[in-house]
Design a protein around this ligand. Structure first.
Ligand SMILES: [Fe+2]
Length: 242
């Protein structure tokens, strides 16, 4: 079935106001490669109605070994540039933490970078499931974090109605879907799941998870799709409470 495009609605992301998931620190992990790309992405997000952006670099034990203090310095530099070149956009720093073998130690040993000093954005591996997730999420909650699971529609090794997803929802875990999932950027199965999870009432937040130009262009495309525009108008997400 083909997707209908509507008339131009340039500010469609005003329904969200804030983007809670981005990789916009130049040269950091697999995020945008340079400042020019960061500014171009941020400008496009602004044109589509975003007013506040949470920058969420990866924190992983093996692949992306970012350090919070170094990240804070890089964030301050980006913020200065954005204030100079794209006024009217607010930038805030948080992180996206991978649940891996070193995560529990990190959780116990330091204060993690959160959204509004409250929400902890975490992701699962894309390759395999890990046991004991319910207990680990409970531990995070006991430490005072409101936990957001990033892009549940992208863990295709899990059954789409997996017991784990149901259990996490029952346990009060928030879910965040990627905006570009609704345009098929990650494939048809992720797109199907994204729409289904919204229908289930499971998705509390949306984010771009933008990493560079390819993502920026996909964002522009999905914002033009009538089905996605309807979804934004019909559902309330917590983004606009931030
Ligand atoms: Fe991400």
């Amino acid at each position: 079935m083909f997707e209908l495009f509507t008339k131009k609605e340039p500010n469609i992301l005003k329904y969200l106001n804030a983007d809670v998931h981005t990789h916009l620190l130049p040269g950091v992990d697999d995020g945008v490669k340079d400042l020019e790309t960061a500014l171009s992405c941020i400008n496009e997000m602004k044109l589509n109605g975003i007013k506040k952006i949470y920058v969420t670099p990866h924190f992983q034990t093996h692949r992306f070994k970012n350090d919070e203090d170094d990240i804070r310095c890089r964030f301050d530099e980006l913020k200065k540039q954005v204030e100079a070149y794209i006024p009217g956009i607010e930038l805030q720093l948080a992180g996206e933490y991978l649940i891996d073998s070193g995560f529990e130690e990190r959780l116990q040993s330091k204060k993690l970078l959160t959204i509004n000093d409250k929400y902890l954005l975490v992701e699962f591996s894309f390759n395999q499931s890990m046991l004991g997730m319910e207990e680990l999420f409970f531990e995070m909650q006991m430490k005072g974090y409101e936990v957001i699971l990033a892009h549940p529609e992208r863990y295709l090794y899990l059954n789409k109605d997996s017991k784990l997803m149901h259990n996490l929802k029952e346990q009060g875990v928030y879910f965040q879907s990627n905006i570009m999932s609704f345009g098929g950027f990650y494939g048809s199965e992720s797109m199907k799941r994204a729409y289904q999870y919204v229908d289930n009432g499971w998705i509390n937040f949306l984010g771009t998870d933008i990493h560079g130009k390819k993502y920026r262009d996909a964002l522009v495309d999905v914002c033009k799709k009538s089905k996605f525009q309807k979804l934004l108008k019909k559902n309330t997400f917590l983004n606009n409470q931030l």
